[in-house]
Every structure is written in structure tokens, then in C-alpha cells.
Design a binder for this molecule. Structure first.
Ligand SMILES: [Zn+2]
Length: 121
């Protein structure tokens, strides 16, 4: 799945690249540490923005899907319960408001699949 980064993410990545270049262009060790820390901060921010944008996109898609927002067991409405992210994996858990059943949508970064039903209530 090809995915273009948003402008916000691109701005963060460009800032990280500038910090990296400045870190390697200076002989001052304190300044090098400063720029390397800046690079890491920009990269963390880029990852955070990219993740929240993917979640937002997924939730928009989910709300407009054919079976969106309905429990597979009782057809009750569902609410967002938990969002988890790891280095290589992300998951979004919805809980049924009627019966409490969890629906877990998992995928590699940026690519959700599912639902997988767990934790029968
Ligand atoms: Zn249910």
C-alpha cells in the first residue's frame, strides 16, 4: 500500500534531516548532541502525526463502511475503546455498547484489517 506523507509529516521529516545535517557539519560536540536530539524529536513528532492521521482516516472509513459501528454478535452500537501502537503493529479496539464484546482491528503500521472478535462479555 503506497501512502504519501501529509504536509505536516513532510515538514517534520525535512526538519529532522536539517538537524541531522547540522549535527554532522559541526565539530562542537555539545552542538552535535543538541542537533541529534532535535533530529530525534522531529522524527518522534513525525511518527506521532502520521499515526494519528492514519487512525483518523481509518475511523472515517470505518464509520462509512457497510457494517460500520455494529456489533457482529448482537448488532448493537459500538464505541472506540483503545488504540495501541507498536513498532510494527497497530490496533484499534471497539467495544459493543449493548453486550460489551470487543472488536479488535489490527494491522501493520498504516494497514488495518479486521475485525477480530475477542473478550466475549
Ligand atoms: Zn454486542
Amino acid at each position: 500500500m503506497l501512502q504519501r506523507n501529509s504536509r505536516k509529516v513532510e515538514t517534520c521529516l525535512a526538519s529532522a534531516a536539517r538537524s541531522y545535517e547540522r549535527a554532522h557539519a559541526t565539530d562542537d560536540l555539545a552542538m552535535r548532541d543538541f542537533y541529534l536530539n532535535m533530529e530525534r524529536s522531529w522524527m518522534r513528532l513525525a511518527a506521532s502525526i502520521a499515526f494519528s492521521e492514519r487512525v483518523e482516516l481509518y475511523l472515517q472509513h470505518w464509520r462509512h463502511g457497510q457494517d460500520a459501528g455494529r456489533c457482529l454478535r448482537c448488532n448493537g452500537g459500538m464505541e472506540l475503546k483503545l488504540i495501541e501502537t507498536r513498532v510494527d503493529r497497530e490496533s484499534i479496539t471497539f467495544a459493543c455498547l449493548a453486550c460489551g464484546l470487543d472488536h479488535v482491528h489490527q494491522g501493520r503500521a498504516g494497514l488495518f484489517v479486521g475485525p477480530r472478535v475477542t473478550n466475549p462479555g
